[in-house]
Design a protein around this ligand. Sequence first.
Ligand code: ATP
Ligand code: MG
Ligand code: MG
Ligand code: MG
Length: 439
Amino acid sequence: MRLSRYFLPVLKETPAEAQIVSHRLMLRAGMIKQASAGIYSWLPLGYKVLRNIEQIVHEEQIRAGHIPMLMPTLQSADLWRESGRYDDYGQEMLRITDRHGRDMLYGPTNEELITDIFRSHVGSYKDLPLTLYHIQWKFRDEIRPRFGVMRGREFLMKDGYNFDLTKEDALHAYNRHLVSYLRTYERMGLQAIPMRADSGPIGGDDTHEFLVLAETGESEVFYDSQITDLKFGDRAIDYDSVEQCQAVLEEFTSRYARTDETHDEAEFAKVPEERRRTARGIEVGQIFYFGTKYSDAMGATVADAEGNKVPVHMGSHGIGVSRLLGAIIEASHDDNGIIWPEGVTPFHCGIVNLKQGDDEADAACDALYNSLTAIGLEPLYDDRSERAGAKFATMDLIGLPWRITVGPRGLKNGVVELTSRRTGESEELPPEQAIARIA
Ligand code: ATP
Ligand code: MG
Ligand code: MG
Ligand code: MG
């Protein structure tokens, strides 16, 4: 993409309404624009990162054997009356009446809708296990929408639902989600720690939240510092293996790690004092096992091997896709702007032409652009007639992992300058070598 043809409305001033760094940087980098309280338009740069995050979530869910689909944003109130949550959910639910006077709502989550789909189409234990998920906009009329996309009213969530014959099978699905979430967050350059949590309006007994440690996080968390040494990495996992998934769950949840909702001082005191940590965290996901809560209420049963009708065991599992942009920026930025992890960056590198209009510099930039594109990388080429300083500031603000600077002086010696956004280190290299470094 050539910057002169792109839409990147960066702001020079720091927007006064933004209280935390990720919100400030998303506004300044021209990623989002508030449409109304807690509701945002995703401008091209923000949209690109959102799509990258979504793509990682899809890949990791599919790898775990979960099946993508899409349910609507607007739902009929009838299903929610069946589960009993139409009254329970309270003011966070946006209620709408259509022209025929029918009660509708903008879905804050999808347990009811998916349970209805399940009961309409699945009747036998032979069709289990089954995990369906979608990535769809949700609406929660949050009392205090704030921090930009971190606590929006309209937000993008991946929500998945498992259906199993037995509690044992459903707990395997729970563990599978835990593993897939660890992989998902790590691919985005994040450490998200599973912590024992409270189930809230979803209901159920077993639940973990995934928290990214950050001073601006809204949750207070308590943990054993050893937990931050754990890394899932690129280990191979067989998602069908009950033992393997269980082992990962044990490894990642055996140390003390809880949110304030479930924090227990007596238990915490058993952690050696020098390892006890109190901090703040951003909730980027949560997994639940809730048994037959919805299948009982809504009659979602299957015939077991003996032909008896039994309610299915379920769980639901959510990732805050749009919130993740904020969480990643909170975890990865400096005074000059965002530092995108490679896995989610909107462009792989920036090209800065120091002397736009100079035949040689323009030709070198074009050649570089074409070579990068030919190997499947996406550069953002700053081809505007701006000062070098302004071009560098824009690149630093939008946080691409690499910048290639091209100017007449370097070209005389056959080199360009390759700069890492994260370390700030620069190196002069022939263009081919710079490309090889990025690829
Ligand atoms: P919170 O405690 O932050 O209100 P929640 O526990 O109500 O979140 P869940 O029902 O667990 O949210 O939804 C799954 C995920 O969706 C959350 O872990 C979070 O990452 C994301 N999420 C929830 N509410 C919002 C929101 N208002 N804006 C952006 N993302 C959200
Ligand atoms: Mg909430
Ligand atoms: Mg929560
Ligand atoms: Mg939650």
